[in-house]
Design a protein around this ligand. Structure first.
Ligand code: AMP
Length: 209
């Protein structure tokens, strides 16, 4: 059974590595950011409420995040394990998770701020299939178009410089304290997130065991 949490600042590569590892382990990849973006795109009441927090690079209120994640965690495929990406993001979310689930490991992604900012400004995503590209390290085959479905790539609104600065601040203030929390619980496995996709994937794989 694999019950895994990925922790780390925005831009560290959690999402890309999570998609890969989850596929390899045959467990669902649960990204609260993706779930929230899908709700925004579908213009559900929850999505409409979450949107302004996300655009500003603020955390979405716990109550909304827990509602959307609770629904997803309750589905049958999550019974045999899961990989949580982008949750928990503060102490109260971590404590809520602990009350319902016993985690196996928390992998934290380490990367210096200047590299995070560079990756976030180079990131482009496909609005149709959510595939993530990086203009310098992992560009699409045809400039500006998704390799899978040819959709025009876009920049996430919260990857614009104004929101990025705030997301890094929010991470340091609210999410970084979770590193200590999971260290005290004996679950933390730090990973150097600098390097190629393959190099980081190998480190993540051995951290998970
Ligand atoms: P991400 O795709 O993980 O970078 O998340 C994008 C945005 O969604 C964040 O900047 C937050 O506004 C929101 N978000 C995602 N996960 C959470 C969470 N666990 N708690 C609060 N807000 C979240």
């Amino acid at each position: 059974m694999h019950r895994i949490v990925f922790l780390g600042p925005p831009g560290a590569g959690k999402g890309t590595q999570a998609a890969r590892l989850a596929r390899e382990l045959g467990i669902p990849h649960l990204s609260t950011g993706d779930l929230l973006r899908a709700a925004v795109a579908a213009r559900t009441p929850l999505g409409l409420e979450a949107d302004r927090f996300m655009r500003a690079g603020e955390l979405v209120p716990d109550e909304l995040v827990l509602r959307i994640l609770g629904d997803r965690l309750g589905q049958p495929d999550a019974r045999a394990g899961f990989l949580l990406d982008g949750f928990p993001r503060n102490l109260s979310q971590a404590e809520t998770l602990d009350r319902t689930t016993k985690l196996d490991v928390a992998v934290s992604f380490d990367l210096p701020d200047r590299e995070l900012v560079r990756r976030l400004s180079d990131r482009r995503v496909c609005p149709t299939c959510q595939t993530v590209y990086n203009l310098s390290s992992n560009p699409p085959k045809v400039a500006g178009r998704c390799d899978r479905d040819g959709t025009e790539l876009v920049q996430r609104p919260d990857d614009r410089p104004e929101a990025v600065a705030n997301r890094l601040k929010v991470y340091a203030a609210q999410t970084a304290p979770l590193l200590d929390y999971y260290r005290r619980h004996g679950l933390l496995r730090p990973v150097d997130a600098d390097g190629t996709l393959d190099a980081v994937a190998a480190r993540v794989r051995s951290a998970v065991g």
